[in-house]
Unconditional design. Structure first.
Lengths: 859, 83
């Protein structure tokens, strides 16, 4: 025997069972406690629309038991109720309801204020639909994208027929149903028809059918996210057909939320499909042809008929000898404490009480229209009951009982809210929270509009409220589906860094070593001996073609034509507004064009920028993004040349490769382009090489470096080293509107050039007073403020430190500060305050802090 | 939101593969003789921001890495190929 575990009890499961039907067969009647008053709630719709059967299944809260298949070993619990959901002390709240009028949060507990946090804790425990299981294993879900001509939501007869018709026209189809096809239909001709259509559709090509897959919403595009257990399916169709059908009307009368009150389809499904009689003695209240089918299913299941309330027209079709007919009556009350004991029927001849334990109500359909209402009609159509429920008589307009099952809003609450002046659907919705629960108005939206319409007539006050996704309850893991992978780029040396015990950090999309061990030791290696760093993350391009020189000349703010082959030049990259968005090197290769680098973070953006301008100017130029093709290792330090010389037979001295020049040299058997650069302020060689050879080159450098105690350095050492040289990092020391002048780099924009991108903007901006400037400051004393510290002058906040470190070689703090200019100048002394409570007195510095003449890097 | 972009090289692809560079600025247009800086200012900073068909530049970042120009209706997201 297969069984599920219900609150520690073994409950047998039969084939075809939902969690709800298995529990009901085992005698469970109270499935949940209502949101506010802890009223007992039992099975009601069995179509996944009402909130009554939301249980905790395997630790997942708010699972709709009636549309969840029962499985052996499932752990099922009711979420709330103390000491038990069947006998909940909290149900006393119902008797205190006059103390909790509609909107009582807004009216009570305003003071003393200090009491509210305590009250809130109590309320949170008493209300709601149960706790979130904190020990639940997170479920990772992926996204799967589908392209289809036509997305059909709903696998009922209407949806299947629409899908077949579209398939006949040659459209590709994706059809999704939140259950399995036909499962909500009681056995009968309709179900047979649905299964036939399903078979026909499933045999077609170009058809995808997703079962147990719930459409979350219809978004612009159109985009239809569909939540299922395997994936969050993202459907990108050309058009959408909504065939979500209809739900039976939720009737309003006193006691309409008692366990034992069922909607006709739900009761028929329990009796017909699951073969469990929903009760012993039934009063049936119907109004449609369909209701008679439900009545028959229940009668055949052996339910004793105590009264059948029907309109005269329908009543005439039944034999009075077999059916205890009550023509033209209506139910005005269901009585009982925790379940139905009797109902009050009102007819023209008066009221009478009928004892029963089951009241089945089948008064017609309300379109399940949320998806249709939230969508753009240009690409979405409805079909079937969702557009026009068939055979639906006018609805009795009673105002009594529970209005909104999810939020526990009673008709009296809505009437009170109306009396307080909330006199439109949108206002009533917000004030009472009716229609805002898990069912999103599936049961009560019609009542809300009807209530207002009865008082104000048609629109605008009674207009339907805006429908928004999600149309059905969805899981947080569906919202997070596919979102767990940040794009992570790794260099070819990633494993080497890990092997050396590096602490890795994110820089844009790249993972890079922040440090290998002691930052100070790495720093000393660069300043005193030799060190290497993986700079493969640099953006690298080959620019070639007949117009390459003209292209770069028009693009860059520096002179490009004058860069002789074998030489390199540092340049800023400016956008049209004259603002610095990147920087890098231009290396002239001669007839082969140029080798151009940009910063690690800017590689993608720069490529788009190159291509955009090449196209705009219609120049014959080839742009190759070789960022991932080449690795690069920077070898730096006073003894770097010794290390290099040990690995090559070619000359690498100062005449063979002078500062700011580059050569092709084979190092340790690896063909490298060697760039003499100066970011860290020491003699350095940037070795650009095919990335497949990165590890071999790295290993050779480490090995050869043993002669002088070479160790690799990470980003933190780099940040200190370059700050000592006063070199900026674009993005850290620049802000959105950093012009070269603002950064103190006027020289980098050659205004003697006739044209470059951003030149007009710089000329324009040059006429304006510059209000901020990036300035170096030194802080005497043993420490340095943190990055981002506030800068004060004469008691006024005038800016912040973009970078700040203690310089071991200089023995004092050094920083770059972006500060406000007053009367065309910046203060010569400042105070920096970083929130630690300590204040640092800083004095203006000029040029680089370390080796201002650049003797060391030219060595 | 979903939006399918017709890329001349790759076909119809979801917009998430692209960067949108917004309304097409008049690239490299001839500066007016009268006040070239004012012309430049307008080209750099002023956008029409139309509610309706708008000529835009898109870059197929996760595809062919080429730019394309298209006309998109900002009200409906309807796309007309070419500019």
């Amino acid at each position: 025997m297969t069984a599920l575990d219900f609150e520690g009890r073994q409950v047998p499961v039969e084939p075809g069972d939902s969690v709800a039907s298995a529990l009901f067969r085992a005698g469970v009647r109270v499935f949940s406690r209502s949101f506010k008053y802890r009223r007992p709630r039992g099975l009601y719709c069995l179509t996944g629309d009402c909130p009554n059967c939301q249980l905790v299944v395997d630790g997942e809260p708010a699972v709709r038991a009636c549309v969840t298949p029962a499985r052996a070993g499932q752990r099922v619990e009711r979420p709330t109720g103390w000491p038990s959901p069947d006998r909940d002390v909290g149900s006393l709240l119902w008797h205190l309801r006059s103390l909790m009028p509609v909107g009582f949060y807004y009216k009570t507990m305003l003071r003393p204020r200090a009491l509210w946090p305590m009250a809130e804790r109590v309320i949170r425990r008493l209300s709601g639909v149960g706790p979130v299981a904190r020990d639940r294993q997170p479920v990772r879900r992926e996204r799967l994208t589908h392209y289809a001509d036509c997305c059909v939501i709903g696998g009922g007869i209407a949806g299947l027929a629409a899908a077949l018709a579209a398939s006949d026209r040659g459209e590709s189809i994706l059809l999704a149903d939140e259950g399995t096809i036909g499962e909500k239909l009681a056995p009968g001709p309709a179900r047979t028809r649905a299964l036939e259509l399903h078979d026909a559709l499933a045999r077609r090509t170009g058809v995808t059918i997703l079962e147990r897959a719930t459409a979350v919403g219809v978004y612009e595009g159109p985009l239809v996210p569909i939540a299922a257990d395997d994936f969050l399916h993202l459907v990108l169709p050309k058009r959408v057909v909504v065939a979500t059908g209809a739900v039976e009307r939720h009737p309003l009368f006193v006691g309409n939320d008692l366990p034992g009150v069922w909607l006709g389809r739900g009761a028929a499904r329990m009796a017909g499909a699951h073969r469990v009689a929903p009760g012993r003695e039934m009063v049936f209240w119907g109004a449609t042809e369909e209701s008679l089918e439900s009545l028959e299913v229940l009668r055949r299941a052996g339910v004793v008929l105590k009264g059948v309330v029907l309109p005269v027209g329908l009543a005439r079709t039944l034999n009075p000898a077999e059916y205890p007919l009550i023509a033209d009556g209506e139910i005005i009350e269901a009585r009982g404490r925790s379940r139905v004991r009797s109902v009050i029927v009102r007819t023209t001849s008066g009221e009478s009480e009928i004892a029963c334990d089951l009241l089945v109500v089948s008064l017609g359909l309300e379109a399940r229209s949320s998806l249709l209402r939230q969508a753009n009609p240009a690409f979405v159509t409805g079909t079937g009951d969702v557009v026009e429920p068939h055979g639906v008589p006018p609805e009795p307009r009673r105002e009594a009982g529970c209005f909104c099952l999810c939020e526990d809003v009673f008709t009296k609450d809505v009437a009170d809210a109306w009396g307080e002046g909330f006199q439109s659907t949108e206002l009533l919705k917000r004030y009472t929270t009716a229609t805002m629960g898990p069912c999103q108005g599936a049961m009560c939206h019609r009542h809300l509009t009807g209530f207002v319409e009865a008082r104000t007539g048609p629109a605008p006050a009674s207009r339907a409220t805006t429908a928004r996704p999600p149309a059905r309850p969805i899981r947080l893991e569906d919202l997070a589906a596919g979102a767990r992978y940040p794009l992570e780029y790794r260099t070819a040396l990633h494993d080497r860094h890990l092997g050396l015990g590096a602490t890795m950090e994110w820089t844009g999309v790249w993972k890079r070593p922040e440090r290998y061990g002691d930052v100070l030791e790495e720093y000393r290696a660069v300043r005193e001996r030799a060190s290497i760093m993986d700079v493969s993350t640099l953006g690298k391009y080959r620019i070639a073609g007949p117009d390459a020189t003209e292209f770069l000349e028009r693009l860059y703010p520096c002179h490009v034509k004058t860069i002789a082959p074998g030489r390199s030049r540092y340049s800023l990259l400016l956008n049209e507004a004259g603002y610095v968005f990147d920087d890098g090197l231009i290396c002239a290769l001669g007839p082969q064009g140029y080798y151009v680098t940009v910063t690690s973070g800017g590689a993608d953006q720069a490529e788009g920028w190159f291509r955009d301008w090449a196209e705009a100017w219609s120049l014959e130029v080839h742009i190759g993004n070789v960022t991932a093709t080449y690795g690069a290792i920077n070898l730096a330090g006073p003894r770097a040349r010794e290390v290099l010389a040990a690995l090559t037979s070619e000359p690498v001295d100062n005449t063979a490769i002078p500062y700011n020049q580059h050569r092709e040299v084979t190092i340790a058997g690896v063909k490298c382009r060697v760039l003499r650069v100066g970011f860290v302020g020491e003699l350095s060689y940037e070795l650009h090489h095919p990335r497949l050879e990165s590890e071999a080159l790295w290993d050779a450098l480490l090995e050869a470096g043993k002669l002088c105690g070479l160790v690799p350095h990470g980003l933190e050492a780099l940040r200190l080293l370059r700050l000592e040289k006063g070199h900026i990092i674009v993005g850290q020391d620049t802000d959105f509107d950093a012009t070269p002048a603002k950064l103190g780099l006027d020289w980098a924009a050659r205004m003697d050039k006739r044209e470059f991108v951003g030149r007009s903007a710089l000329e324009r901006l040059g006429r304006l007073e510059r209000d901020r400037e990036l300035v170096p400051y030194r802080f005497p004393g043993p420490g340095a403020p943190l990055d981002g510290a506030q800068v004060l002058a004469d008691g006024e906040r005038i800016g912040y430190l973009t970078s700040s470190r203690f310089s071991p070689v200089l023995g004092h703090g050094i920083a770059l500060a972006l500060v406000k200019r007053t009367n065309g100048t910046v203060p010569s002394t400042i105070l920096a305050e970083d929130g630690s409570g300590q204040r640092f007195e800083g004095t203006r510095a000029q040029g680089a802090f370390y080796d201002p003449e650049g003797v060391r890097l030219r060595a | 939101m979903a939006l399918m972009i017709p890329c001349p090289t790759c076909g119809l692809r979801p917009y998430t593969e692209f960067w949108c560079a917004g309304e097409l600025p008049e690239h490299g247009g001839e500066a007016s003789e009268a006040d070239p800086l004012e012309t430049d200012f307008q080209r750099v900073w002023l956008r029409r921001n139309v509610a309706g068909p708008q000529v835009e530049r898109w870059f197929h970042a996760a595809g062919c890495r080429r730019w394309l120009t298209l006309t998109r209706d900002t009200l409906t997201n309807g796309i007309h190929d070419g500019a």
